[in-house]
Design a protein around this ligand. Structure first.
Ligand code: 1BO
Length: 316
């Protein structure tokens, strides 16, 4: 019997510390992935409007509940507000669209996806005219609308993604601090300072891309993908696990939530089995030494096509 790890949010909600990521899970594949995950025992799905697959995820949730694989109460569903709906009157309708796509009455967690704004209706900017600056679309106003959505019962918790201490603190002055901050994190980008800040302020950190990324456009040539990093391979053979399982176990052991993505049933099962993998203090120390502040998602896209943003400014 696998014990499902959970972390307590500031509000007292129990947040499942392991879930299925759906970023880059294509429509046509994600339905089966979600059904498999819920059959296997996953209790947390990480979604976003911009992933373009929420209707399929929603159908899978509905069918899994009908099949008796899970109840709505047992399931944690996170989604994210896309950058084109930051203006305060656009937040509630964007959330309604996500709820309708997911066929749900409420979310468990709704996040501001990026500290970056586009004009309403722009999926991905193509020219200078498509962007909004943070003066035109202040994050404080977006955050107020997120808090109002929580107040209205549309999401049990609200938080942010891709933000650093400076932005988190600024949001705290608006009302309350985000309960969750979802950021890229893995042994090459451990986010130690940010994790300390979050722990001090009772913000749970969720790690996306926990297995690194095989995106060639996002990977510098001298970086071995984490899944076949020699140090991780050695630890994997010592504990009788796969490298992916070691990376997942490490993320959970350091007190973060982890959301590995897969659409392959076998890998979805293997990732779940990482919940049984135990690492020693020595393993944790060895993995801690691999940090190099290396981002697979370096934010360069958000600094192109006439953008008023810079990659360095994004993650503050
Ligand atoms: C553009 C999506 C990044 C991860 O949620």
């Amino acid at each position: 019997m696998t014990t499902y790890p959970t972390l307590k949010l500031r509000s007292g909600l129990s947040f499942p510390a392991f879930g299925l990521g759906t970023w880059k899970s294509k429509p046509g594949e994600v339905y089966d992935a979600v059904r498999a995950a819920l059959e296997i025992g996953y209790r947390h799905l990480d979604c976003a409007a911009v992933y373009g697959n929420e209707t399929e995820v929603g159908q899978a949730i509905k069918d899994a509940i009908a099949a008796g694989d899970i109840t709505r109460d047992e399931l944690w569903v996170t989604s994210k507000l896309w950058n084109n709906a930051h203006l305060k009157d656009d937040v509630a309708p964007a959330l309604e669209q996500t709820l309708s796509d997911l066929q749900l009455d409420y979310l468990d967690l709704y996040l501001i996806h990026w500290p970056i704004a586009f004009k309403p209706g722009v999926g991905f900017p193509r020219s200078a005219d498509d962007w909004l600056t943070l003066e035109e679309a202040p994050l404080s106003e977006t955050w107020e609308a997120m808090l109002a959505a929580k107040q209205a019962g549309k999401s049990r918790a609200v938080g942010v993604s891709n933000m650093g201490p400076e932005r988190l603190s600024a949001l705290g002055t608006v009302g309350e601090l985000p309960e969750v901050n979802q950021v890229e994190s893995h042994p090459h980008l451990q986010q130690g300072e940010l994790l300390n800040f979050c722990n001090e302020h009772n913000i749970v950190l969720t790690a996306y891309s926990p297995l690194g990324s095989t995106d060639r456009e996002n990977r510098k040539d001298d970086e071995p993908p984490l899944l076949n990093h020699p140090t991780i391979e050695t630890i994997a053979s010592e504990v009788g696990a796969s490298t992916a399982q070691v990376l997942i176990a490490w993320a959970i052991a350091r007190g973060t939530v982890v959301i590995p993505k897969s659409v392959n049933r076998q890998r979805i099962q293997q990732n779940f089995d990482a919940l049984k993998v135990e690492l020693t203090d020595e393993h944790m120390k060895t993995i801690a030494s691999l940090d190099k502040g290396y981002r697979y998602l370096d934010g360069k896209f958000f600094a192109s096509n006439g953008s008023p943003y810079t990659p360095e400014g994004i993650y503050r």
